[in-house]
Design a protein around this ligand. Structure first.
Ligand SMILES: Cc1cc2nc3c(=O)[nH]c(=O)nc-3n(C[C@H](O)[C@H](O)[C@H](O)COP(=O)(O)OP(=O)(O)OC[C@H]3O[C@@H](n4cnc5c(N)ncnc54)[C@H](O)[C@@H]3O)c2cc1C
Length: 299
């Protein structure tokens, strides 16, 4: 059944039994039956139509920076956008970007055009597609504040434009998380600004990240969403969990809001650590911590 992909994708765009740990910043994850790497929107349409016709389950991902894939991997197709679909252009204050552009590259390009609004994205390692789906944000910004529309391909292979309202963006949330749409591009509206001030702000954000975040270890960024009235890092510190580990997974000693892979962590190690933290947070703070990272794969 999977061999049908080679009717429309070249061999170097298809991998069988591919370990997801090679495609996530967590460096964790079992094999996906088949991974396909579409080159453009037409490839995406063809992949989705084939999956629909053959009734093959699929998931899509960008740069795998917010992803935990379970140890058994995924039965079906992983559609990796990765560093494909990387066109971007700027006209006045309007920015067009395909989904595979690195968000921090887009932020640098905007700065080079003296456009303000994407400074927050400096240092967010994901793709523009992933940032739309996650409504990525940091410091004083988030995608919701700059997005005008996104274009996505549906399971039926049809292209649909989503207005800002239709995307239903909330805190690390969007309508795309509960749909089979693949975001292929986005349009952003930025503001004219002073290039030096924009670059200074980006440098300051980068400095804070290097100082506070455990960038020297594999991770998927902040593990949990911020619960109302709390910050996750200090909360875990108060619970005495800084540095606490299960197997190869550890609550970072540098920033307790991050679970890091100290070496050979399994997805089970991370999931058990998440459950343990959630239980402690319920007991000590009566707070229900929800993962920000996206968890996929066979249980
Ligand atoms: C060190 C570090 C720091 C980070 N800091 C931040 C931060 O400050 N703020 C923040 O918000 N995030 C942060 N993140 C998390 C992450 O970079 C963002 O969530 C990013 O937007 C995810 O993009 P991605 O391409 O890696 O998505 P992936 O991890 O590949 O996918 C994330 C989710 O989006 C879906 N998805 C991805 N692309 C598409 C698409 N084109 N169409 C449909 N669905 C898609 C996937 O199915 C998955 O559910 C950090 C991560 C790391 C490792």
């Amino acid at each position: 059944m999977y061999s049908g992909f080679s009717d429309f994708l070249p061999a170097d765009r298809i991998r069988f039994n591919e370990p997801m740990k090679n495609h996530t910043t967590f460096k964790i994850g079992g094999p996906v039956d088949i991974m396909v790497m579409p080159r453009d929107i037409n490839d995406i349409k063809a992949v989705l139509s084939f999956c629909r016709d053959e009734n093959i389950p699929f998931f899509v991902f960008g740069l795998g920076t917010n992803l935990l894939v379970r140890d058994k991997g995924f039965r079906g197709v992983g559609i990796k956008l990765g560093r494909n679909l990387t066109k971007m252009s700027i006209s006045g204050t309007r920015v067009y970007s395909e989904a595979g552009v690195r968000l921090s590259d887009l932020s640098k390009k905007a700065a080079a055009h003296s456009l303000s609004g994407l400074e927050f994205a400096e240092g967010i390692p994901g793709s523009v597609g992933g940032a739309v789906v996650m409504n990525a944000g940091a410091y004083d910004g988030e995608m919701k504040k700059v997005l005008v529309k996104a274009t996505a391909v549906g399971h039926d292979g049809k292209i649909k434009d989503f207005s800002l309202e239709e995307m239903k963006l909330g805190y690390r949330k969007s309508i795309f998380q509960d749909s089979s749409y693949i975001v292929v591009s986005a349009v952003l509206e930025l503001k004219p600004g002073d290039k030096e001030k924009i670059l200074a702000k980006m440098r300051e954000f980068a400095r804070r990240r290097t100082e506070k975040q455990p960038l020297e270890f594999p991770s998927a960024g902040s593990t949990f969403k911020r619960p109302e009235g709390y910050y996750v890092g200090p909360m875990l510190e108060k619970m005495g969990l800084k540095g606490f580990g299960i197997g190869g997974a550890q609550v970072s000693e540098k920033h307790a809001g991050f679970i890091i892979n100290k070496g050979n962590a399994s997805a089970d190690d991370v999931l058990n650590l998440i459950k343990y933290i959630q239980q402690k947070a319920r007991e000590k703070f009566d707070v229900d911590l929800q993962p920000e990272i996206r968890i996929i794969g066979e249980e």
